[in-house]
Design a protein around this ligand. Structure first.
Ligand SMILES: [Zn+2]
Ligand SMILES: [Zn+2]
Length: 258
C-alpha cells in the first residue's frame, strides 16, 4: 500500500480509533505492536508497507525472478523451468514472495480465520497484478474440496477473488480430496493434483475468454496448472493466475548457466 492509506470514514473514525486503541488495546496480527488504527483491520500499516514486490526481471510466464538482466536481451524472458516445459498458465503474478509479513498475513487469513484480511490483500493483488487482471473476463477462485471447505468454514481463494475487481465465476470444483501440497516434495505435487479438478456445472460459457485464477499461494504452480488444463479443455482461450504470494524457485547453478 502507498503511504496515504485511505481512510474512508474521516474524522469520526479517528476518534473511534483513538477510543478503541485505548479500551481494547488490540495488537497487530503480525508484529504484535498495538494497533493505532484498529478500524483499519488486524494488521498495522507499517506491516502492510513492509511487503515488497518481487524484484524484476521476472519470468514473463510464471513470474519467478530471473537471475540477471541478461534475460532482457531475449525477446521473451523465461525462467529455466518455463523454458524446459511449456506451461498452461499463460501468465502468473503475485504480490510478493511467500515469506515474512506476507506469509504471516496469509496464515492469519487462512488458519486463524481473519477473513477481513482478504479485502486489503485483494487490493494489493489488484495493484501489483494489474497487467494480469487487465481485460480479463472473470476471476475464478481455486476451489477447496467440499470436505476441506467445511472444515475451514470458508475458501480463502474465494474471499480474495471478491476483491480483485472482476466478476467472480466459481467455474471449477475439486472432485478429489488431495494431500496438502505443502507437505509433499515438488516432484510429487503434479501427480497429487492431476485430475483433482473439473469444470463446475454453470450456465455461462467460458469458450474463447481470458480468465484469471485466484489463489492464496502458488508453490510449484502444480495446482494452477491442473486448473488451467481443465479450463483450456473447456475452451478458455487464456488462463492467467494471480496469487497473494508465490514460493520463489531457488535456481541451481546449472539453471543459471543455461
Ligand atoms: Zn504490524
Ligand atoms: Zn517461469
Amino acid at each position: 500500500m502507498d503511504s496515504s492509506w485511505p481512510d474512508p470514514y474521516g474524522a469520526g473514525v479517528a476518534a473511534l480509533n483513538a477510543l478503541l486503541s485505548v479500551v481494547l488495546a488490540p495488537s497487530c496480527a503480525v508484529c504484535e505492536q498495538s494497533l493505532l488504527r484498529p478500524t483499519g483491520g488486524p494488521v498495522c500499516d507499517p506491516c502492510w508497507r513492509s511487503i515488497l514486490p518481487l524484484t524484476p526481471p521476472l519470468c514473463d510466464r510464471c513470474g519467478d525472478p530471473l537471475p540477471t538482466w541478461r534475460a532482457l536481451s531475449i525477446p521473451l524472458a523465461l525462467c529455466p523451468r518455463c523454458r524446459r516445459a511449456p506451461r498452461l498458465v499463460d501468465r502468473a503474478r503475485a504480490i510478493g514472495a511467500y515469506d515474512g509479513t506476507l506469509r504471516s498475513i496469509i496464515h492469519a487469513l487462512k488458519y486463524e480465520g481473519r477473513r477481513s484480511l482478504a479485502r486489503p490483500l485483494g487490493a494489493l493483488m489488484c495493484q501489483r497484478g494489474a497487467d494480469v487482471l487487465h481485460a480479463a473476463a472473470c476471476a475464478i477462485p481455486v476451489p477447496l474440496h467440499p470436505s476441506r471447505r467445511r472444515q475451514r468454514g470458508f475458501n480463502q481463494a474465494a474471499d480474495l477473488a471478491r476483491h480483485v475487481g472482476l466478476p467472480v465465476v466459481p467455474a471449477l470444483r475439486r472432485i478429489r480430496a488431495t494431500a496438502t501440497q505443502t507437505s509433499l516434495p515438488a516432484a510429487r505435487r503434479n501427480r497429487n493434483v492431476r485430475d483433482a479438478f473439473a469444470v463446475a456445472r454453470w450456465e455461462g460459457s467460458l469458450r474463447g475468454v481470458t480468465v484469471v485464477l485466484i489463489d492464496d499461494v502458488s508453490t510449484t504452480g502444480a495446482t494452477l496448472e491442473a486448473c488451467a488444463r481443465v479450463l483450456k479443455d473447456a475452451g478458455v482461450a487464456e488462463v492467467r493466475a494471480l496469487t497473494a504470494a508465490r514460493v520463489v524457485a531457488r535456481l541451481s547453478v546449472t539453471d543459471i548457466q543455461r
